[in-house]
Write a protein that binds this ligand. Structure first.
Ligand code: ZN
Length: 368
């Protein structure tokens, strides 16, 4: 026990040295990935994770955040959005079900409101953005294992084939024939595209997310000009359509709002924020005939929502909202409009997934 505690402390010290890189929706990857994975593999190989699985579990709610399920392959969009292959996802569901309690959204809400206790740590599986691959791959796996997932839907994307802003930027960088790109807006900036376009993607996403006064459509047009890729022609549908959404809801899945048009809510006025959360709730409720009680903030970082957002959620009748900057949720110390989630990344590997989840169940927050 002492050895393991010491090991965990040493691992946490290493964690502090890692450089976190972000995507449109918060933390999705780490530059020193191999070191983190090696540590996790060592914890699995030495039996530390098996021990953790046997430890008394905390009465807490661990919320996992997935985006896309599938293989990165030749994706037109941002590869960082992939959380797991269908096979890995099914393996994760099987492992969680064996060791923890897969919580429904109703149970999670009851936990946050102090009306539910988890004897085994509750794990809530959530999916953001409403990509069609969620219907194709995640939904049948969840049904097969008789557990619930929660799908946060951006209502303006339903049935859509238009790439959202983060995928558009990734697509333009990836398909550009240029070795250097010069932007003239929001300021004159040049980027080397001959090396790693993924690093340029990180920088452009950061500009998009940080710019309160940024004209976001103009910024996207400017990237199109600078990369020489121009307008994107959508060819195939990439988001869940209305029929699929209904089938998922009737098939036992929970549905929540991810706003109407996926803005950074804190960049909007009070009225605009209210409109985003009210209209998406109403559209989903009218279509599905159910109460929409939950929302996931677009991007989900601490600066992506504010007190005005939470006032708007209260006014619109939401009961809970989910952020996305790590952490977990301990009984009695969870804020209803800032329920913490941590990410699942396709490149993380099974060992890291298990270390993160099992340490969260024992310590109240994930080690990595
Ligand atoms: Zn999103």
């Amino acid at each position: 026990m002492n050895m393991m505690t010491g090991g965990i402390v040493r691992l946490m010290a290493v964690q502090g040295q890692m450089n976190i890189r972000t995507s449109h929706n918060g933390v999705v990857g780490y530059q020193k990935r191999s070191k983190r994975q090696r540590l996790a593999s060592a914890m699995v190989a030495t039996g530390a994770v098996r021990m953790l699985e046997k430890f008394p579990q905390r009465n807490c709610l661990v919320v996992l955040n997935y985006h896309r399920i599938g293989s990165i392959g030749n994706t037109a969009g941002d590869p960082n959005l992939y959380s797991a292959t269908p096979r890995d996802f099914e393996e994760q569901v099987r492992w969680i079900k064996k060791n923890y309690h897969i919580s429904s959204m109703d149970e999670a809400i009851a936990f946050v409101e102090g009306k539910e206790t988890f004897r085994r740590t509750g794990i809530l599986l959530t999916f953001d953005d409403g990509y069609k691959d969620n219907y194709d791959y995640a939904f049948p796996i969840l049904q097969r294992h008789k557990v619930q997932g929660t799908f946060f839907i951006c209502t303006s994307y339903i049935g859509g084939s238009q790439l959202p802003w983060w995928d558009q930027i990734a697509y333009m960088l990836k398909t550009s024939q240029k070795s250097e790109m010069v932007l003239n807006y929001p300021e004159r900036l040049s980027f080397d595209l001959s090396a790693s376009w993924m690093q340029v993607l990180d920088r452009l996403l950061a500009i998009y997310k940080s710019g309160h006064d940024l004209d976001k459509d103009r910024f996207l047009r400017e990237i199109g000009l600078a990369t020489g890729t121009g307008d994107l022609r959508p060819n195939e549908r990439i988001f869940i359509d209305k029929d699929e959404l209904k089938e998922m809801s009737e098939g036992g899945m929970a549905i929540g709002s991810h706003t109407h048009s996926h803005p950074l809510l804190s960049h909007l006025s009070q009225e605009e924020q209210l409109e985003e959360v009210v209209s998406s709730k109403r559209l989903l409720e009218e279509h599905l005939g159910i109460d929409i009680q939950s929302l996931a903030y677009p991007v989900g970082s601490p600066d992506s929502f504010d007190g005005r957002t939470q006032a708007a959620l209260r006014e619109a009748g939401y009961r809970v909202a989910f952020s996305f900057y790590g952490g977990s949720n301990v009984a009695g110390r969870t804020e209803r409009f800032d329920i913490r989630r941590h990410h699942v990344g396709i490149g993380d590997g099974e060992a890291l997934f298990r270390v993160r989840t099992s340490t969260a169940a024992v310590m109240g927050k994930p080690l990595f």
